[in-house]
Design a protein around this ligand. Structure first.
Ligand code: HEM
Length: 138
């Protein structure tokens, strides 16, 4: 966002790569009546709809997923969910680790789904079926 500017000429992201997105918590801090809720909501982002998650104007058009666009491919998103909490998986540490769900599923952390390659690909194919076709006459 270094080359994006607000109407008054200020850069939209003066901190550049040092910017950390505190999500809902960051917004709550801007409202005095809700600021006391910020700490418990730092790093939280809205669960997006998956409808049209693969829709694009053409095959060559690159998509960008998650709140900061870090993942460019649905396969990467599913792979991330699959092995996020596997030790040594190689993901960068979270920028905001407060409030991450460390829930256990059948005794394993949430981000260790033990999906094999075929299962990951099957989920990606399913996600692609969520694309609306263009409907004529509406
Ligand atoms: C294997 C199961 C799952 C699949 C296939 C899936 C799929 C996705 C996809 C494709 C996105 C990116 C959407 C976009 O950027 O437009 C996404 C984001 C997100 N999902 Fe999931 N999801 C799964 C499980 C979950 C679970 C269990 C939760 C909550 C506990 C969750 C909560 C979220 C949230 C909060 C985001 C937004 C993250 C961000 O903006 O950084 N997802 N999911």
């Amino acid at each position: 966002m270094d080359d994006e500017f607000l109407d008054d000429g200020q850069p939209i992201n003066p901190l550049g790569e040092d910017y950390v997105d505190f999500g809902l918590g960051e917004f709550l801090l801007t409202r005095p009546e809700w600021a006391h809720l910020a700490w418990d909501n730092d790093g939280k982002h809205r669960v997006p709809t998956l409808r049209n998650v693969d829709k694009r104007p053409g095959k060559e058009f690159s998509k960008a997923y998650m709140h900061n666009g870090v993942l460019k491919d649905l396969k990467d998103v599913v792979h991330f969910y699959n092995i996020r909490d596997v030790p040594g998986a190689g993901w960068a540490p979270p920028e905001v680790d407060r409030n991450i769900s460390r829930e256990l599923l059948t005794g394993k952390p949430l981000g260790n789904l033990e999906l094999d390659e075929h299962a990951e690909n099957t989920i990606v194919e399913f996600l692609k079926t969520l694309t609306d076709r263009n409907v004529k006459g509406r």
